[in-house]
Design a protein around this ligand. Structure first.
Ligand SMILES: Cc1cc2nc3c(=O)[nH]c(=O)nc-3n(C[C@H](O)[C@H](O)[C@H](O)COP(=O)(O)O)c2cc1C
Length: 176
């Protein structure tokens, strides 16, 4: 059976992006889903001096192994000031020091959501512009707006948005 990982680019314990990533992963039939949480991969803030003195921390290596041993990735990015949340940028930077092509060409469903109407569209564009240079194989992307108006009890409540996501998930499934 194929295995996918699902995670959010945030360390919020009540993350809306994690909720969206879990919902999207529940729509992928006949795969094993490993839901990861960046809180379980705590890392010091990346710095070249720290790397030179102490090397690359195990949590960065372990997370990269999760990526490499998966058949696909569902990632939903939190948007902080139009960019990646710090915790995501940090693990991304650490992993890039091990392997510049860290996403390893694994099929990726890339998403973002926020409480606002733009649904994290800015960070989604940032990632879409960068990931392909780093082994990223984004087969579908989805910006989910106004999270609290459109999501409840683990599911998308807006029919049109739900249909859109299901189409993206289908594309992702076919690429696995
Ligand atoms: C420091 C900070 C900056 C933020 N900047 C943005 C932003 O640029 N655009 C946006 O849509 N939401 C922004 N937000 C709101 C986040 O989208 C919101 O906190 C969301 O819940 C983050 O996702 P998460 O729950 O998965 O962590 C910001 C929140 C914080 C704490």
């Amino acid at each position: 059976m194929k295995k996918i990982i699902a995670f959010a680019g945030t360390n919020s314990k009540t993350s809306i992006n994690k909720q969206l990533a879990i919902y999207a992963s529940s729509l992928v039939e006949d795969v094993a889903v490993d839901v990861l949480d960046l809180n379980d991969f705590e890392l010091p803030i990346y710095g070249i001096d720290l790397e030179n003195e102490k090397g690359i921390p195990d949590n960065a290596k372990t997370f990269l192994e999760h990526i490499k041993s998966s058949d696909g990735i569902i990632l939903s990015l939190a948007e902080h000031n139009g960019a990646y949340a710090t915790v995501f940028k940090n693990i991304f930077d650490w992993m890039s020091r091990i392997d510049g092509k860290l996403w390893s060409e694994k099929p990726m469903l890339l998403m973002a959501t926020s409480p606002g109407g733009r649904g994290g569209a800015t960070v989604l564009e940032v990632a879409k512009g960068r990931f392909p240079f780093m082994g990223g194989n984004i087969v579908a992307d989805f910006s989910f707006p106004s999270f609290f108006d459109n999501f409840s009890e683990g599911k998308i409540t807006n029919e049109d948005l739900d249909k859109q996501l299901k189409e993206k998930v289908e594309t992702f499934k076919v690429a696995l």
